[in-house]
Design a protein around this ligand. Structure first.
Ligand SMILES: [Zn+2]
Ligand SMILES: [Zn+2]
Length: 270
């Protein structure tokens, strides 16, 4: 049986850190044999320096392209409207207001910056500045605390790239999320109880090893809802690493791959 495949974490030039167009991404998804593509542009509430960014988002430019392309590609690649929300806990009420558009299918809740208490500096920037292992551990501690706050606030459908800081911290520190196991298990139970999910993010086909531990914990917490995303910032990475990711999901006993329509999960047999 042919699997239903979807890339639920993709960026275009509307994200600011990509030059792809939605059409290029759709074509790439078609070439990669995907059935569905969700455009999840960045809406960050903090920049890398920790400055506040607008707590409002104009979906107009994305919707304009989506209206033009969705019918043209219907039956080949379903195109969905998403958003990748970064550090939404900076202003949860404003964000909730901003998400009230009927066309919105899907929300990824991400944390790209440290907490305001730690200056709100970008995790990418902070990770590069770590001078010792203890700095890195403190960054992770702050990250876990922020995930707890985000899950409490609930302004998302899936929690984005849980392993995010591990992408950028010096590999010789050999850091994992294992020291926070108890809290992360509680966090995942909360996600399950709230009817929300997590994503498996292949980081353009490069990161899977750190996910094993996370997927194991999430399954043990009763997690079923999971989306798959490449985090492609270039069309060539759409669907990157999906073969191994699907094998990993099957290995950990996941039965479904989720897509979203108007913020409601749809389950596709793995
Ligand atoms: Zn992200
Ligand atoms: Zn992203």
């Amino acid at each position: 049986m042919l699997r239903y495949l979807s890339d639920y974490h993709t960026h275009t030039y509307l994200s600011g850190d990509s030059q792809s167009t939605l059409l290029q991404n759709i074509r790439a998804a078609h070439r990669a044999g995907l059935h569905e593509l969700c455009a999840t542009e960045h809406w960050n509430l903090l920049d890398q320096q920790g400055n506040r960014l607008p707590a409002a988002y104009d979906f107009g430019p994305l919707l304009q392209q989506w209206r033009r392309l969705r019918n043209r590609w219907a039956g080949k690649v379903e195109v969905r409207v998403g958003i990748e929300l970064g550090n939404s806990t900076v202003d949860t009420p404003a964000v909730e207001q901003g998400l009230q558009i009927p066309q919105l299918d899907f929300v990824i809740g991400s944390l790209h910056s440290a907490s305001l208490e730690r200056g709100g500096i970008g995790i990418y920037t902070a990770a590069k500045k770590c001078r010792c292992r203890q700095d890195a551990v403190e960054l992770l501690e702050d990250y876990v605390l922020q995930m707890e706050e985000l899950v409490q606030a609930g302004t998302f459908d899936v929690l984005g790239h849980i392993i995010y800081p591990l992408r950028y911290l010096p590999p010789d520190y050999e850091l994992t999320l294992e020291p926070w196991e108890e809290r992360l298990t509680a966090l995942m139970r909360q996600i399950v109880q709230a009817g929300k999910g997590i994503e498996l993010n292949t980081t353009q086909g490069t990161t899977l090893t750190q996910w094993t531990w996370v997927l194991e914990r999430y399954r043990q917490a009763g997690g079923e809802i999971i989306t798959l995303g490449s985090d492609a910032h270039q069309p060539g990475y759409i669907g990157a690493g999906f073969q191994q990711a699907l094998e990993l999901l099957e290995y950990h006993g996941f039965r479904w791959l989720c897509t979203y329509r108007r913020r409601i999960p749809c389950f596709h047999r793995l």
